[in-house]
Design a protein around this ligand. Structure first.
Ligand code: SAH
Length: 474
C-alpha cells in the first residue's frame, strides 16, 4: 500500500490551491465541502470561482505563486496548467513539510485525492494510488450503484441515537443490536423515506433489546421479505434496488428463471434455497409461502428472487397476501418483465403509432381454460404477448384463428431473451407453431403476436410490405 487512507479534519484550516481553472475548481469543491478555508492563487479565475470569491466562500490572491504564501497553510493543491509552476509549489510545500497534491503527478504529490462517494456523513473513498484513476472511478461507480441514495440520512439517523443506545445497553448487547438495526426493519423504512416509522421501529427495538439484555433469552427481532424482480436474465438488467437488497438479504429463495450470474451478485455468505417449481406443482407454492413466513419469523431478511417482475405471472401477489396475513413486513421490487426484455432484444416495439395501440400480456396456461376473450385477442392493431405458451403453441394459434385472426398475421417467438443464447423466430401466425417445433425452441420463450413482430431491425415491415406468405422466416 503506497498511501495511507485517512479522513482528514480540515474544517476552518487554511488551504492553498494554486490554479484557477476547471481542475482547481473540482478540488476546491471538495475542500469547501469539508469546510476548509480555501485561498486560491491564480492571476485568472473561472467565472464560477470568481462568483464564490464574491460570495465570500473563498479568498483569492490574483498573482503567481510564491513560497511565502505557504505560511501557516495546512494543505496545498497545485492545479495550474503549468507543470513547472506545479513542481515549484510541490518543492516549496515539501520543504515545509506541508502535505501537497499535484494534479496528474503522483511523484510530486505527498497526498492524493481519491474517487469519492459522498453520502455524508458516510463517505467512501477509492484510490489506485495514481496508477489507474479511470479504473478507480469505475470501481466507485460500481460501489455507488450498490449504495442506496438515502444512506447518508440513515447514517445521520443512527448517529443521532448512538448515545441513547450506549446508555441503554452493555458493549456486547450493543454490538448485536446495531448489527440487527443496520440490516433490519428500521433501516429499510428509513431508506424507503419513512423516517417517522423508522423512529418508532427503532424505539421499539431498543426497548425490546433492553428487556432482552436483562432476560437470558431474547426473541429474535422480526425479519422481512423482499419480493424482488430479477429481470429477464441478463444481470445488467437488475435494478439498483434489487442489487442493494440482494446485498442485504440473509437468505435467498430463487427459482429456475434466475441464472447463476444473478445469484453471484448476492451477499457471499447468504444462504441460497432453490424453490423452482415443476409445472403444475401447486403444493410447491404453499411450501414457498410457509418458508417465507418461517424464515422471516426467525428474524431473517429474505430475498424472494423471481424472474422478470414479481407481479407479472410471478405469483408475487399471492406471496404478498400471505405475508400481509401473517403480519410480516415486505417490500416489492419491480423487475423488467420478459416481454420488455424480449422486445428490446429482438427490436420488436410492443406498441407502435400505426400498428399497435395496445399490448396485452397473456398466460399461455389460460389457453387451456375458458377465461380469455379470444375474439378481443384476435383483433388487429394490438400486440399480444403469451407467457408460458411454448407448450401450448398449436392450441393458442388454433384459438386465435378460430376467433378471427388472419393466418398471415405476423408472429414471433423470442426464446431466452436478453441471454447470450437469445433466439428470435418470425413467421406468420399459421406457421409459427411448426417453426417452433422444427427449431426446437427451448424454454423460457414468449410468443408475440401482432403486426409489430414483422418490424425488423432496419425498420422495414418484412411481413407487411414484402410478400410474407406462409413461408417461415427464422
Ligand atoms: N415474472 C416473469 C414471468 C414468469 S412466467 C416475468 O415478469 O417475466 C414464466 C414465463 O416467462 C416463461 O414461460 C416465459 O414465457 C417467460 N420468460 C421468462 N423469462 C424469459 C426470457 N428470458 N425469455 C423469454 N421468455 C421468458
Amino acid at each position: 500500500m503506497d498511501y495511507l487512507p485517512v479522513f482528514l479534519r480540515i474544517a476552518d484550516a487554511p488551504v492553498l490551491v494554486v490554479g484557477g481553472g476547471r481542475v482547481a475548481a473540482r478540488k476546491i469543491e471538495w475542500l469547501l465541502k469539508a469546510r476548509a478555508r480555501v485561498t486560491v492563487v491564480a492571476p485568472e479565475l473561472l467565472p464560477e470561482l470568481t462568483e464564490r470569491v464574491r460570495r465570500g466562500e473563498l479568498s483569492c490572491l490574483p498573482r503567481p505563486f510564491e513560497p511565502a504564501q505557504l505560511a501557516r497553510v495546512r494543505l496545498v493543491v497545485a492545479a495550474s496548467d503549468d507543470p513547472q509552476a506545479n513542481a515549484a509549489v510541490s518543492c516549496a510545500a515539501r520543504e515545509r513539510q506541508i502535505p501537497v497534491n499535484v494534479v496528474d503527478s503522483a511523484e510530486l504529490s505527498t497526498f492524493i485525492f481519491p474517487a469519492i462517494i459522498d453520502r455524508s456523513p458516510l463517505v467512501v473513498a477509492v484510490s489506485s494510488a495514481g496508477a489507474a484513476p479511470v479504473l478507480a472511478r469505475r470501481v466507485r461507480e460500481h460501489i455507488e450503484a450498490l449504495l442506496p441514495a438515502r444512506l447518508g440520512a440513515l447514517a445521520r439517523f443512527l448517529g443521532a441515537r448512538r448515545a441513547a443506545v450506549a446508555a441503554a445497553l452493555g458493549a456486547l448487547a450493543r454490538r448485536a443490536f446495531w448489527e440487527r438495526i443496520v440490516g433490519g426493519r428500521a433501516a429499510s423504512q428509513l431508506l424507503a423515506g419513512d423516517e417517522a416509522s423508522a423512529g418508532r421501529t427503532f424505539a421499539a427495538e431498543l426497548a425490546a433489546a433492553r428487556l432482552a439484555a436483562g432476560a437470558a433469552t431474547g426473541q429474535a427481532a422480526p425479519g422481512e421479505v423482499y419480493l424482488i424482480g430479477a429481470g429477464p436474465g441478463d444481470p445488467d438488467l437488475l435494478t439498483l434496488r434489487a442489487l442493494q437488497l440482494l446485498q442485504q438479504a440473509d437468505v435467498i429463495l430463487h427459482d429456475r428463471l434466475v441464472p447463476e450470474s444473478i445469484l453471484e451478485r448476492a451477499r457471499r455468505d447468504a444462504e441460497r434455497i432453490f424453490v423452482g417449481k415443476e409445472t403444475g406443482d401447486h403444493a410447491q407454492q404453499s411450501r414457498i409461502n410457509d418458508l417465507l413466513v418461517e424464515l422471516a419469523r426467525a428474524g431473517k431478511r429474505v430475498a424472494r428472487l423471481k424472474g422478470g417482475d414479481p407481479f407479472i405471472f410471478g405469483r408475487g401477489g399471492e406471496e404478498a397476501q400471505v405475508l400481509a396475513a401473517h403480519g410480516i413486513p415486505y417490500r416489492v421490487v419491480p423487475g423488467i418483465t420478459a416481454a420488455l426484455g424480449a422486445a428490446a432484444g429482438s427490436g420488436i416495439p410492443l406498441t407502435h403509432r400505426r400498428l399497435a395501440h395496445s399490448v396485452t400480456f397473456v398466460s399461455g396456461h389460460a389457453a387451456l381454460e375458458d377465461t380469455l376473450d379470444w375474439r378481443a385477442l384476435a383483433r388487429t392493431h394490438q400486440t399480444v404477448v403469451f407467457y408460458m405458451g411454448v407448450a401450448q403453441l398449436p392450441r393458442i394459434v388454433a384459438r386465435l384463428r378460430a376467433a378471427g385472426a388472419n393466418a398471415e398475421l405476423p408472429a414471433a417467438i423470442v426464446a431466452q431473451a436478453t441471454l447470450a443464447t437469445e433466439r428470435v423466430l418470425r413467421a406468420p401466425l399459421a406457421a409459427i407453431a411448426t417453426l417452433a417445433l422444427r427449431e426446437q425452441v427451448a424454454a423460457p420463450a414468449l410468443l408475440i403476436v401482432g403486426e409489430v413482430t414483422a418490424l425488423c431491425a432496419t425498420g422495414a415491415l418484412a411481413g407487411i410490405l414484402g410478400g410474407g406468405g406462409l413461408e417461415a422466416v427464422a
